[in-house]
Design a protein around this ligand. Structure first.
Ligand code: APR
Ligand code: PHB
Length: 389
């Protein structure tokens, strides 16, 4: 079998790239290790930058989003009992969109199926061969049968644990990593959100986040210890702890109910450089991870896809390799800014186990400066709504 592009990974990165290429008449096969249902069972953040929404529109998959999404013109930041509003719209004239990543992925799968594009699920033993030559190919096993696809380019969209990054020889790669000494315990509950906008809270008991999916579905998180397991946290214990970490005015009106999902995620910052090796291009979680504070994971994946898509269109439509040659440099320049912002928000709002009295004062001063200074709020708003591509 032959395809112009092989996309490894049917998460949001791979599907978005596939859909954009399809609209330009560039054929791309998607190889996914799991099933569609498995991919759609993953619960991830729900904030979309306007750049990502623009790409979904360009890919022709924004109809449901346009009908069902919520626009958020700002966010609340709490420090202990105090809370203040960062008004993106007023500060910089921009907003973000609330629409779950799971829904984005579902829309992309629906569009892919409607377009009749090829997705091969349950693939095993994916191996990328000859990425540093002019004739790469990918081998894999499907239902126990060995298969091979020859191609021009390979997009490694297979997440943090995929094969693509590992295909780049270790001597070529440099990896940068920061592991945070805590996790996020998250629950989804069929209750109305406590507030119209998100509340990011720093409290002496640790971080908390009040988010949502829609008017009757809420998503809440609390910072937890890495040694905690989901079984350690009954729903009642979760709600009690959340209420202690958010200002009283919010705690008093919080509607609690049974959780319909509960999970713990570790927090990590990670970047690999370069993001290209020959004809293999890494995108999204395959190349970088951010802690979820600020919801940059999917949005940073989207900007990678934008740069790669433009580069591939330039090659196929004009025979010009400038875009793919500069892919890694362009993508990384934006990735590192998202890494910085996610690290900053995480540092600003969490309690680190080894914080000294001095560190706590500095953190408090950082939050106070943000509360009092319009320029500081503009910097936050500019990053939160998303830097330009
Ligand atoms: N072969 C084929 N598919 C693979 C392989 C492999 N060897 N390894 C992993 N995959 C698949 C996974 O099953 C998954 O569906 O690749 C997909 C990668 O999807 P994600 O991990 O969701 O990564 P990505 O598409 O880059 O999405 C970006 O934004 O909010 C963040 O981390 C969040 O998922 C998120 C991301
Ligand atoms: C979420 O809704 O899941 C969410 C929102 C904002 C974040 C992280 C997660 O920063």
């Amino acid at each position: 079998m032959r395809s112009q592009v092989v996309i490894i990974g049917g998460g949001p990165s791979g599907l978005l790239l596939g859909q954009l290429l399809h609209r330009k008449g560039i054929e791309a096969v998607v190889l996914e290790r799991k099933t569609r249902d498995y991919v759609l069972a993953r619960i991830r953040a729900g904030i979309l930058e306007s750049g990502m929404v623009g790409l979904l529109r360009e890919a022709g998959v924004a109809d449901r989003l346009d009908r069902e999404c919520f626009r958020h013109d700002g966010t609340l930041i709490a420090d202990g009992a105090e809370m203040f509003h960062v008004d993106f719209k007023d500060l910089i004239g921009k907003s973000v969109i609330l629409y779950g990543q799971t829904e984005v992925t579902r829309d992309l799968y629906d569009a892919r199926e409607a377009a009749g594009a090829t997705t091969i699920f349950n693939v095993e033993d994916v191996v990328i061969e000859g990425a540093d030559t002019d004739a790469p190919h990918v081998t894999f096993t499907e239902h126990g049968q060995a298969r091979r696809i020859d191609c021009d380019y390979i997009a490694g969209c297979d997440g943090f644990h995929g094969v693509s990054r590992q295909t780049i020889p270790a001597c070529v790669r440099t990896e940068y990593e920061k592991v945070y000494p805590f996790g996020w315990l998250g629950i989804l509950s069929e209750t109305p959100p406590v507030n119209d906008e998100l509340i990011y809270a720093n409290s002496e008991r640790g971080f908390a986040l009040c988010s949502m999916r829609n008017a009757s579905l809420s998503r809440y998180y609390i910072q937890c210890s890495l040694s905690d397991s989901v079984e350690d946290w009954s729903d009642a214990a979760f709600w009690d702890e959340l209420k202690r970490r958010i200002p009283e005015e919010a705690a008093e009106i919080l509607v609690t109910g049974p959780s319909i999902e509960k999970s713990i995620a570790p927090l990590r910052s990670f970047v690999t450089e370069p993001m290209r090796w020959g004809r293999l291009f890494l995108c999204g979680d395959a190349a970088h991870i951010v802690p979820p504070t600020g919801a940059k994971g999917l949005n940073t994946a989207a900007s990678d896809i934008h740069y790669l898509y433009e580069g591939l269109v330039q090659v196929y439509e004009a025979g010009d390799r400038e875009g793919i040659d500069r892919y890694s440099e362009r993508a990384l320049s934006r990735v590192w800014k998202a890494e910085r912002f996610s690290w900053w928000m995480t540092t600003l709002l969490h309690r680190f186990p080894d914080m000294s009295a001095f560190d706590l004062r500095i953190q408090k001063a950082d939050i106070a400066f943000l509360r009092e200074n319009r320029d500081a709020q503009k910097v936050m708003a500019t990053n939160y709504v998303g830097l330009p591509y």
